[in-house]
Design a protein around this ligand. Structure first.
Ligand code: ARG
Length: 469
């Protein structure tokens, strides 16, 4: 059989969902711990609470969500052969790592939270940054949160519906409850959210290593690194990125090999949750453990998604690209609760019509479009601003390679099987410009929200927060 561009494209899309989150730490750069904390500062700001262990958990724990427990079968059915599917999984990992290395340079040259948003703000300009944040807060982040929440729900109810599919309403209610739970923890305390992230990451690493059967896997040595003494963010950011992405890639490959050893490709393609089928075959009556692990894994990924999503909204509001209230933090808890509440609200809205497969499809399309622009920004910095201090540097071929891959990922599905939905997504992305011109550029209706802002400030006990750089 000949494999055209389309199967490869589709297989990559399915695989890449499992790797998404590789850029998650760049959204929270300002919250990475520093060896000496300046205690004299009395202004309100988010605190630097994330050490290396937390940092690795924020990346690895967001990447490992529901994907690896489900999508191996989609990759395999798109591409046809087990060997080719392993190549796709390795290719996705390599792409995530290259992307991660480029983001390590970006994150150390521009040490502000907000990821793509601040990078675009300082390279490709305010309009592009706004267009990004408009899609990000309204669609990208809520869609990924919803997709993950739906898979949490799927695994939570699975044991109760062994011979019939669970009702949709029930799935959506459980998904809503998990979104609310994560939102509550995140509003309450940064430390608690980080702790949940670390614990869930530990559970999923354990579950995946049970499937992979290799406790002796070399990656474990890297865990020793995590207990090392406290380093500067310029050191820890690249380090966490490299450790987390390589760890996840190694595990994913082993997990895929293990699936294929236990199941024939046919069995794999028939199962609707590969990890659970694997559990039932190998662990027998303990098979349910895999469902619990998968639910916790997806829950951790949801937590990481929420944490970082709230920060982007918060940073954009600080720049005047979102309503002021979203740039405020709780005066005692020091969490960006308005931005988190807003993210919760939009996620619940997306949950009403949302379904998992279409979310995965259009998510990758939109995400890689913005990764491409971010790479252009990095190339711009490297060529036009070689003088900037660069604690961490990557060779220029890296961003060029990621850019080419991203352009391929965005164009392949459009050229190969043009679907009207891609046009809708593109139109939505660019509708950001239409919002930008009157509300941001011309500052129409400046006082519109003043009363509401004051009311919400009193209600939520929040005040404007300072940058942490
Ligand atoms: N990789 C995750 C999974 O396999 C999904 C991550 C969604 N993206 C994100 N940036 N949170 O379920």
């Amino acid at each position: 059989t000949n494999v055209g561009i389309n199967p490869i494209g589709i297989a990559f899309y399915q695989g890449l969902w499992s790797y998404d989150g590789w850029n998650n730490l760049n959204y929270v750069t300002e919250e990475l711990k520093r060896p000496e904390m300046a205690p004299e500062k009395h202004m309100l700001s988010l605190q630097r609470e994330i050490g290396l262990l937390g940092a690795v958990s924020f990346i690895a724990g967001t990447m490992i969500g529901s994907g690896i427990f489900i999508s191996p079968l989609y990759v395999l059915s798109a591409i046809g052969s087990p060997a080719a599917s392993l190549i796709i999984w390795a290719g996705c990992g390599a792409l995530a790592l290259l992307g991660g290395l480029c983001y390590a340079e970006l994150g150390t040259v521009i040490p502000e939270s907000g990821g793509e948003y601040v990078y675009m703000l300082q390279t490709t300009g305010r309009v592009s940054a706004f267009v990004f944040v408009f899609s990000f807060v309204n669609v990208l982040r809520p869609a990924s949160a919803t997709g993950i929440a739906l898979s949490v729900a799927e695994y939570v109810v699975a044991p109760f519906y062994t011979d019939c599919p669970p009702p949709q309403q029930l799935l959506k209610c459980v998904a809503a409850v998990s979104i609310l739970a994560v939102a509550l923890v995140n509003c309450a305390s940064v430390r608690a959210a980080t702790l949940i992230q670390v614990l869930c990451t530990a559970v999923k690493l354990l579950a995946l290593s049970v499937i992979a059967g290799l406790y002796s896997y070399d990656g474990w040595n890297t865990l020793n690194l995590l207990t090392e003494e406290l380093k500067y963010p310029e050191v820890n950011l690249p380090r966490a990125i490299i450790i987390a992405i390589s760890l996840v890639t190694g595990l994913y490959l082993l997990v895929n090999v293990s699936y294929l050893t236990v199941m024939t490709p046919k069995e794999l393609m028939m199962s609707n949750a590969v990890a659970v089928t694997w559990g039932n075959k190998v662990l027998g009556s303990w098979g349910w453990i895999m469902s619990v692990a998968a639910a916790l894994s997806a829950f951790g990924s949801l937590n990481g998604t929420f944490f970082s999503g709230g920060r982007v909204c918060f940073v954009a509001a600080r720049e005047g690209h979102m309503p002021d209230i979203l740039s405020m933090a709780h005066v005692h808890r020091l969490t960006p609760s308005p931005a988190l509440i807003f993210t919760t609200f939009v996620s619940l809205l997306v949950l009403i019509p949302g379904d998992f497969q279409s979310i995965v499809n259009y998510f990758s399309f939109t995400a890689w479009f913005f990764y491409a622009i971010t790479m252009i920004g990095l190339l711009y910095l490297k060529i036009k601003r070689p003088d900037l201090p660069r604690p961490y540097k990557v060779p220029i071929v890296l961003p060029v390679t990621v850019l080419i891959a991203a352009v391929f990922l965005v164009l392949a599905p459009i050229i190969d099987s043009p679907q009207i939905e891609y046009l809708y997504v593109a139109l939505f992305i660019f509708s950001g410009v239409i919002v930008y011109v009157p509300f941001i550029h011309y500052k129409m209706c400046p006082g519109l929200l003043t009363k509401l802002t004051q009311f919400l400030q009193l209600l939520l006990e929040v005040a404007p927060a300072e940058k942490n750089v």
